[in-house]
Design a protein around this ligand. Sequence first.
Ligand SMILES: CC(=O)N[C@H]1[C@@H](OP(=O)(O)O)O[C@H](CO)[C@@H](O)[C@@H]1O
Ligand SMILES: [Mg+2]
Length: 548
Amino acid sequence: MSFDAEKIIEYSNKNPKPASTTFAYGTAGFRTVGDTLGSTVFRCGLLAALRSQSKNGQVIGVMITASHNHERDNGVKLVDPMGEMLQQSWEAYCTDVANAQTSEELVETLSHIAQEERIDLTIKPRVAYARDTRPSGPMLQAALEDGLAALDVEASNFGIVTTPQLHYFVRCLNTQGTAASYGEPTEAGYNAKYGQAFLRLVSGRETPSKLFIDAANGVGAPQVLKLAQAINSPYFDIEVRNSDTQTLGKLNIGCGADHVKSNQRPPAGVSLVPGSRYCSFDGDADRLVYYYGDEHGAFHLLDGDKISTLVATYLRDLVATAGIEDLQVGVVQTAYANGNSTSYIKDTLKLPTVFAKTGVKHLHHEAEKMNIGVYFEANGHGTVLFNPSAVAKLRAVVPETPAQADAVERLWALRDLINESVGDAMSDMLLVETILICKGWTLAQWNEAYTDLPSRLLKVVVNDRTIFKTTNAEQTLTAPHGLQDIVDSLVAKFPRGRSFVRPSGTEDAVRVYAEAATRRDCDQLAYAVAGAVFDKAGGRGERPAEFL
Ligand SMILES: CC(=O)N[C@H]1[C@@H](OP(=O)(O)O)O[C@H](CO)[C@@H](O)[C@@H]1O
Ligand SMILES: [Mg+2]
């Protein structure tokens, strides 16, 4: 059995590749100006079909989104059967398929992959897909549907949903009717599963004050309103801000989790009232940050590091109360984690912690190695994984006291509350709300655990970011030659200084991160390293005035 080459060519000719563009499957799939992505999304449809066949006809997901990026951008990524990110070895296939110059070359590339992976082309492929609210979404969805039609895929369209909802649907579809059934693959099923777990965990406690949610004018806005409707309880009293998904030019502009984290200030449309509680999603609702203003007008951010320490502490204490031996809670971070969060996890919580490369797929893989792995990027993207041995230990425990029984029951409920397939702003928000309600904490009390070191994240635009090579979880440059020595000598000048340089996987820029004991030192370090990158590694355009 081979492909119907004529059919693929016919559909491919409708979705021609822009001749001069090279596409790359990066940190979060393909991502660039939406109007240029038609051929790439079409081809992702073809590849999703092959991936499904290679997985014996299990459902593969395709999500069309560019998350926190500008509205004119769009992106596409594939989701593997358990709702996790596409297996890394297939990323190269994605890039090959996206860059085949002609329709004929495209067919050759597909045949080559089918041979390499020994794919049984008689298997009926199955694909589930969805998109966010971007204006280029409908055009790209049509391109995807061409790809699915070209290979006779059995396709399910989930419409306009958050990225983590699509991951959840894929996992549900592939576990339906088995002992590992993850839930109903519908929006109502999603809301019921997470809503019920939340209510199980908080009932009987004091109700919290209203939570203001900045939805970045993205898909999280309609979805979190549906979730609130399903929960229908004073335990989840919310008011959604930045919920305009209809007006062009508003998505992620001056709002959303990325804006709040990068600029360390509240989003547009939200004025902080002391004592009130706030959080932000990003454009596709897989990132979450909390924040509040104090009575002196100061802004306080509770980012992914704060979420991960809150969650890890809560889980660690429950495991201890449940009396389960050898059930280790661990934390996975990236080098962007604030240095004081890492020290807090190691020295105060006494929990193991490791660094992974940037991008949740890397953190996810590290977390899978732990019994209970808590992983978050500093920007608020993350979740918790219970590996099979943790589940077995939980199942085996025979509680001897009511307190022990309660802790075990809460651990089970937490597992239901957490979207294990991927970081999920809505499920993470319910998790944070649960912990705060159970502890009776305000955001200020949560924030007391440790104080962030001053940090700064900068972008340097260079002629060619592919010349930057890193090692040591991306904290050390191996190329361009000599640049790391300069970074090291700058870092050595500042107490508690730390800085590293890596090429972005989602933007055409190099990122510089720095932290130090004081704000002044931190900024000096960041701008000095950025200046060195600009001067020694082909800075493009005018040299920014603030670079030292
Ligand atoms: C410093 C930073 O926040 N980097 C982000 C950003 O990746 P870059 O490879 O740094 O562009 O986008 C990724 C996808 O959303 C996210 O996983 C990651 O954390
Ligand atoms: Mg996102």
